[in-house]
Write a protein that binds this ligand. Structure first.
Ligand code: TYD
Length: 242
């Protein structure tokens, strides 16, 4: 077992030429906005950038996402939820992330395995150990080069996520064929999100070389500036020559 995992680690490190950057944080911390802003800045500096997300990021993954996030999905067990997150991720790595890394691109991914550790491991109380084991078995232990953890006040971010989804629901109610419902997680209680946040902070404390916590309580422009500073420092991604 140990032998096999070590090989997977080595292969994943050897075959990587691009950069893999993940965004993490509670719902409503502004991850998607910040990811888009960073992508635009990196492209302006001449880099090839792939923007993607989890759960999702592939046709199969987006189907899995619908099952996971639709509040009409009732009674999903925590273990089934974790398995579906990893099914989406394994497909995402095979179809999108690893090929883009092999081509030397920068991949910006909205959520990755830290989300599973924080939400299923912490929020659903499944613990970190099984999440990390599944990550080794199903994801070849692929590690991001940098993880930006957006942190802001619990009530503020969860309130923002709920308002955003309510708006999306109001809009889609007017056009029932395009109904978007991604509320299943936002319906969790405050204690759940407190466990998720604690999970994130524990990961950041355990892996300070990979995970940088960025204060997301200011304006989007302020947060973007902080992220640019972190990315420049950590990855030394200046404008490309030629
Ligand atoms: P996302 O679309 O990023 O939500 P938001 O924009 O509100 O932050 O993610 C969807 C939800 O899926 C989010 O509530 C967190 C949850 N999730 C998990 O519980 N485990 C996971 O492994 C992932 C990737 C997401």
């Amino acid at each position: 077992m140990v032998q096999r995992l070590t090989c997977a680690d080595i292969i994943s490190t050897m075959s990587r030429r691009g950069k893999f950057i993940t965004f993490e944080g509670l719902d409503g911390t502004g991850k998607s906005t910040q990811l888009r802003k960073l992508a635009a800045a990196l492209r302006a500096a001449g880099h090839k950038v792939v923007e993607t997300r989890e759960p999702g990021g592939t046709a199969t993954g987006e189907k899995i996402r619908r099952v996971l996030l639709d509040s009409a999905t009732r009674g999903l067990s925590p273990l089934a939820e974790m398995a579906l997150m990893f099914a989406s991720r394994a497909q995402h790595i095979a179809e999108v992330i690893q090929p883009a890394l092999d081509q030397g691109q920068i991949i910006l991914c909205d959520r990755f395995t830290d989300s599973t550790e924080a939400y299923q491991g912490g929020g659903r109380k499944l613990g970190s150990e099984d999440v990390l084991t599944l990550h080794r078995v199903l994801c070849g232990n692929l590690q991001p080069d940098l993880t930006i953890l957006l942190d802001s006040d619990l009530a503020m971010s969860v309130g923002r996520a709920r308002r955003r989804n309510q708006l999306a629901n109001d809009r889609s109610d007017k056009n029932a064929t395009k109904r978007i419902d991604e509320n299943r997680f936002e319906q969790q209680n405050r204690a759940f999100f407190a466990r998720v946040r604690d999970g994130y902070l524990a990961i950041a404390a355990r892996e300070p070389q990979r995970v940088v916590t960025v204060d997301a309580s200011g304006t989007p422009t302020q947060t973007h500036r902080r992220i640019m500073e972190v990315v420049g420092r950590k990855l030394k991604t200046g404008a490309k020559n030629g």
